[in-house]
Ligand binder design. Structure first.
Ligand code: NOJ
Length: 549
C-alpha cells in the first residue's frame, strides 16, 4: 500500500443483525432506535464501522433479504427519520455506517415484480428471468426449464400459471431474481445506491454479488462428484449460476458509483462483496485494476479445519494470492453460519478472536461473538428461518436461527434485549444470566475484556492495523502452534497461537531474545518474557511486543 490507510482498512467492521440487537418499541424485534441507544457500547468496542443487515420494507420471508422497496425503512425497524438520526449519531461519534444492498433479487411483492408478472408484454417483464416450461410439459405438469436448484431447497424455478412461464429464484420463491442482462435493471440499482450514498452512508455490503449473472443459454449444471449427500444444493456444480465472467462488468459499474461519491465528498465509501469462492477466484473480485470490490469477503476461516497448519496455510495462500495493492480481510462469523464459540468451543473462540484481530486485513465481527455468544438450539415450534422450515430433515444443519438470537446485554429477563414482559422473536440463550455485556464488562478476564484489549491495541498500533505479516516457524510444535510477526513503523509484534489443549515451551530465540506480553487470551498473563523459552498454556494465544529489529 502506498499512502495513508483508509478507514475501511484500519478499522473493525461490526455486523448488526437489526432484528436481534435491541428492541425499543416492545414488539420483540430489534429496531433502529435500539441500535442508536447502544452506540456507547459499540464505541467501547473500538470498532470503526457498523454494517446493518437489511432494514428496507420487506414481507420478511427471508428477514429483509426480500426487499419490497429499496429506498425505504421497514416500520418494524423504524422510520426514515430514525435512520437519519442514527446515521447522524454515528457520524457525530466518528462511526461509519454500512448498509446491506440486495441487488440479486427483490421480494415477490416489489412493484417491479408485480408489474413483471402481470403479463408477458409488460415493459418490466424482462427485468426478471422468465423462461418457458421445458419440452414435454403439459398445462397440468409444467417442467422447470433446467435443473438449477435453490439454496433453500427444491428447484430454482417457480411456475406462474397466469402467464405460463417459470421465474428464477436461487433462494425462496418469494425472492425472484433480477435480470442484469437488461441494462435498465443495473441503472435502477445504481440509483438505489446513489439514494443512500447521497444521504451519507459509508458503504455497502453487497449480497451474493458473485451470483448476479447467469448462463444466457440456461444450461443444466453438472453433478458434483464430491457431494457429501447432506444439502441437496451442493449436489450440483454451480458453473452456470455463479461466478460468471460477465459479473465483473456489473461490479465495476457499481464501484464507479461508489468512487464518484468518494471523490465528490472527500469521504471514502466502501464496497464489500459477499462471495463464497476458493481464494484464486475470490481475489479476482478486487478487479483487474482494483476497480471492483474494496473488500471481497474472505470467508475461509469459516470452513478451514481449525488446525494450526491449515490456518497458517490459509493465511499464507491468501496473502500470496492478493493482487498488488489489494487489501485483505477476515471473517469469523455472520448471520448465515454457526457461531464461532459453538464451532470451536469457548477456549478456541478466544484464540480465534486473537487471530481475527491480529491478522493483516480488515476484521469483521458478528454481533455477540465479542461476548462468546453460542448457537441456541431452536425447537421446531419456534423456528423462523425459511431455510430450515423448507427443509425439515436437515433443519438442524442448515437452519440459521441459532446464530440470530437476541443480543445478551444484562441479566434481566430477556437479557435487556426487550422488556421482560415482551416475547422476543427468537428465544434468548439459556446462558444469558452469566454471559452478557454487563457481567462480562466487570470481569477483566472475560472474552469481552479480551476483545476490547485486542481492538484497542489494534487501533493504536500501526504495525497491527497496517503492518506486514510473516509466518514464523514454531519448530517444536507445528501441529498445534501457529505463530506470525506483524511489523511496521518501527514496531514489531509476535503472535503465538496454541490450537491445542497441551502446554508447550517454545523457542523463538531466532526472532528476538525477549519481549513483553501485551495481551494473553486468558487475560491472566502479561509482562516480560524470554523468547527462547516461551511458555504457552493450553488453548492460549499471546500477543507479544518485541524490541526493535
Ligand atoms: C446471503 C445472505 O447473507 C442470506 O442471509 C440470505 O438469505 C441470502 N443471501 C439471500 O439474500
Amino acid at each position: 500500500m502506498t499512502g495513508p490507510l483508509a478507514w475501511w482498512q484500519k478499522g473493525i467492521v461490526y455486523q448488526i443483525y437489526p432484528r436481534s440487537f435491541q428492541d425499543t418499541n416492545r414488539d420483540g424485534i430489534g429496531d433502529l432506535p435500539g441500535i442508536q441507544r447502544r452506540l456507547d457500547y459499540l464505541q467501547s468496542l473500538h470498532v470503526e464501522a457498523i454494517w446493518l443487515s437489511p432494514i428496507y420494507p420487506s414481507p420478511m420471508a427471508d428477514f429483509g433479504y426480500d426487499v419490497a422497496d429499496y429506498t425505504g425503512v421497514d416500520p418494524i425497524f423504524g422510520t426514515m427519520e430514525d435512520f437519519d438520526r442514527l446515521l447522524a449519531a454515528c457520524h457525530d461519534r466518528g462511526l461509519k455506517l454500512i448498509l446491506d444492498l440486495v441487488p440479486n433479487h427483490t421480494s415477490d411483492q416489489h412493484p417491479w415484480f408485480l408489474e413483471s408478472r402481470s403479463s408477458r408484454d409488460n415493459p418490466k417483464r424482462d427485468w426478471y428471468i422468465w423462461r418457458d416450461p421445458a419440452p414435454g410439459s403439459t398445462p397440468d405438469n409444467p417442467i422447470p426449464p433446467n435443473n438449477w436448484l435453490s439454496f433453500f431447497g427444491g428447484p430454482a424455478w417457480t411456475y406462474d400459471e397466469a402467464t405460463g412461464q417459470f421465474y428464477l429464484h436461487q433462494f425462496l420463491k418469494e425472492q425472484p431474481e433480477l435480470n442484469y442482462r437488461n441494462p435498465e435493471v443495473l441503472a435502477a440499482m445504481l440509483d438505489v445506491m446513489r439514494f443512500w450514498l447521497a444521504k451519507g452512508v459509508d458503504g455497502f455490503r453487497v449480497d451474493v454479488i458473485w451470483l448476479l449473472m447467469k448462463d444466457p443459454e440456461f444450461r443444466d449444471e453438472p453433478p458434483n462428484p464430491d457431494w457429501d449427500g447432506v444439502d441437496p444444493h451442493d449436489s450440483l456444480r454451480h458453473i452456470y449460476t455463479q461466478n460468471l465472467p460477465e459479473v465483473h462488468d456489473i461490479i465495476r459499474q457499481m464501484r464507479a458509483v461508489m468512487d464518484e461519491f468518494s471523490q465528490a465528498t472527500g469521504r471514502e465509501r466502501v464496497m464489500i462483496g459477499e462471495i463464497y469462492l476458493p481464494i484464486p477466484e475470490l481475489v479476482t473480485y478486487y478487479g483487474k485494476n482494483l476497480d471492483e470490490c474494496h473488500l471481497p469477503f474472505n470467508f475461509h476461516l469459516l470452513d478451514t479445519p481449525w488446525e494450526a497448519q491449515a490456518v497458517r496455510r490459509l493465511a499464507d495462500e491468501y496473502e500470496a494470492a492478493l493482487p498488488p495493492g489489494a487489501w485483505p480481510n477476515w471473517v469469523l462469523g455472520n448471520h448465515d453460519r454457526h457461531r464461532v464459540a459453538s464451532r470451536l468451543g469457548q477456549a478456541q473462540a478466544r484464540v480465534a478472536q486473537m487471530l481475527l484481530l491480529t491478522l493483516r486485513g480488515t476484521p469483521t465481527c458478528y454481533y455477540g461473538d465479542e461476548i462468546g455468544m453460542e448457537d441456541v438450539p431452536i425447537p421446531l415450534k419456534k423456528m423462523q428461518d425459511p431455510r430450515a422450515l423448507n427443509q425439515p430433515e436437515i433443519a438442524h444443519i442448515v437452519g440459521r436461527d441459532p446464530e440470530r438470537t437476541p443480543m445478551q446485554w444484562d441479566d434481566s429477563p430477556n437479557a435487556g434485549f426487550c422488556d421482560p414482559d415482551v416475547e422476543p422473536w427468537l428465544p434468548v440463550a439459556p446462558d444469558y444470566r452469566t454471559r452478557n455485556v454487563q457481567v462480562l464488562s466487570q470481569d477483566p478476564t472475560s472474552m469481552l475484556s479480551l476483545f476490547r484489549a485486542l481492538a484497542r491495541l489494534r487501533q493504536a498500533e500501526p504495525a497491527l492495523h497496517g503492518g506486514r505479516y510473516r509466518a514464523v516457524e514454531a519448530q517444536e510444535h507445528p501441529e498445534s502452534v501457529f505463530a506470525y510477526l506483524r511489523e511496521g513503523e518501527g514496531a514489531r509484534f509476535l503472535v503465538v497461537l496454541n490450537f491445542g489443549g497441551k502446554s508447550h515451551t517454545l523457542n523463538f530465540g531466532s526472532v528476538a531474545s525477549s519481549g513483553r506480553i501485551e495481551v494473553a487470551t486468558d487475560m491472566r498473563h502479561s509482562g516480560a518474557v524470554a523468547l527462547d523459552q516461551l511458555e504457552l498454556q493450553p488453548n492460549q494465544g499471546l500477543l507479544i511486543r518485541l524490541g526493535p529489529a
